[in-house]
Design a protein around this ligand. Sequence first.
Ligand code: ZN
Length: 111
Amino acid sequence: MSTQTKEQAILDFDPFEGDFGEPGDSILANKMVTARKPGPCSHCEQEIQKGERVRSMAAKFGDFMRYRWCAACCDAMVAADDDSDDSADPWEAWEARAALRNDQRAQQREG
Ligand SMILES: [Zn+2]
């Protein structure tokens, strides 16, 4: 898969699974960027490194929102989009990334 094809697959993936969709909601920007500063991923909440290739989205969901997804979550988006292998669960990688977030929250509660 070429980088361009892969990045298009990432951008086509809907990370919100229909959670949003009120009248007036809109996606203002949805693009692949190179991270200029570190910060948490919007899905797994792992730290995004400076220079990492990430998906960036700006949207109006009632409030103005900004999202960034780390490279590993972007890979999981591509996998979720791939239904060429019937035996594999395409959402497995995406769910695994969500589990990382849950682990981190559990650790924060304990700490
Ligand atoms: Zn992530």
